[in-house]
Design a protein around this ligand. Structure first.
Ligand code: SF4
Length: 371
């Protein structure tokens, strides 16, 4: 039976636009990955535990994940404070005191990982730490440490020298690491080295590592180019792009041929989310980033009958469901197509590690952890 489509109109500054979207294609998988779930749950658990201990609120070093909604919910619902530098903790404490809250001595490291300098700083401040670094980021840190120890120069492919994951990984061996742009890099960070011209101290001792959340295609092109330039380049056996990044990009590729418009629900700071925007743009020439359904402009929907929707690994799914509700409010007969598989992966939550007094740390088996 021919699908009945209700025409609704919305008045916009551009005039009257008929919203006639008939079918929504929801990418699957999309949204939260195992690393993000682990990191958010760790913050929630620690915030509750700190309150029960009477320790006040907890602090998180950097946004726990790159999504504004997640961060503001943790701030407003659990009184979590976010700092970009551990030196800012005192400022955060004063601000919290003005609001009738307090910030205790527990800091959570975000899913993006931190450099050894930050760990050292936390130890100097006597903070208890909870390391919510995604294990797949930790894997890249371990590779950086291993190859630096062996005297290799590291070419770290990343989308920005300012991205927290890149800062953390580079921090494992800053003197031996050059951050290199992907081929086709669209961010134009002037501090990224060009893979066409980057030089290394000894071309026979060079390894390539990558940020976990880059474009699969651009990363392959970049590694191939670097291999041609440095024939002895070491490429670690399991590549560094994470499963969540790859799966979300594959899901976009699957539905792109069916859609007139692609909406990607992501914050701008999300590397994996912005790679989805770029991919959807390349495949459909009609993709938009939205933070939430509130950003949808009726003018984008002029003549559009099919819409694809995906979301970054840090985007809560209720934001996607709000997009579905938006389109359903214009067409009760909206068809929602959702094919593919959810990931079935979970990461163990980290424990809180309390500072170890120097004398105790020196003793065999010294140290203590607390749940
Ligand atoms: Fe880990 Fe990948 Fe998720 Fe980042 S996007 S938290 S690397 S699983």
């Amino acid at each position: 039976m021919e699908q009945v489509t209700r025409l609704r109109t919305q008045r916009t500054m551009a005039g009257t636009i008929a919203v006639v979207v008939e079918t929504l294609y929801l990418a699957k998988p999309r949204g939260f990955c195992a690393g993000v779930v682990m990191a958010i749950e760790a913050v929630k658990d620690q915030a509750v535990a700190a309150r029960e201990r009477g320790d006040g609120g907890i602090a998180v070093y950097h946004d726990i994940v790159h999504n504004r909604t997640v961060v503001s919910r943790l701030e407003s619902e659990l009184g979590v404070s976010f700092v970009e530098d551990l030196g800012d903790l005192e400022v955060a404490r004063r601000r919290a005191a003005e609001e009738g809250r307090d910030v205790g001595d527990t800091v959570v490291f975000s899913a993006h990982g931190v450099s050894p300098v930050v760990r050292q700083h936390a130890a100097e401040l006597g903070l208890a730490t909870v390391d919510a670094t995604c294990p797949l980021v930790t894997k890249v840190h371990n590779e950086a440490k291993k190859y630096a120890r062996l005297g290799y120069h590291i070419l770290l492919v990343g989308d920005s020298t300012a991205h927290q994951e890149v800062i953390g990984t580079r921090g494992e061996a800053p003197e031996q690491t050059t951050v290199v742009a992907v081929v086709g890099n669209r961010k134009h960070d002037p501090l990224l080295a060009d893979p066409n011209s980057v030089e290394v101290p000894d071309p026979s001792k060079v390894v390539v590592l990558t940020q976990t959340t880059l474009s699969v295609d651009d990363t392959m092109k970049t590694v191939d180019l670097l291999k041609r330039r440095f024939p002895e380049l070491i490429v670690p056996p399991s590549d560094d792009l994470c499963f969540a990044t790859k799966n979300r990009q594959d899901a976009v590729r699957t539905i792109a041929p069916s859609v007139d418009l692609f909406l990607v629900v992501t914050s701008e700071a999300s590397s994996n989310g912005m790679r989805l925007v770029e991919l959807a743009t390349d495949l459909t020439a009609s993709a938009r980033r939205i933070e939430s359904a509130l950003d949808i402009e009726p003018a984008w929907l002029d003549g559009v009958r099919t819409v694809g929707v995906t979301s970054a690994a840090s985007t809560p799914d209720d934001l996607v469901q709000a997009v579905v509700a938006f389109f359903r409010s214009h067409n009760q007969d909206l068809r929602v197509v959702e094919e593919g598989e959810w990931e079935n992966i979970a990461f163990r939550k980290p424990r809180r590690v309390t500072p170890v007094p120097e004398a105790e740390a020196a003793a065999p088996g010294g140290g203590e952890t607390a749940p």
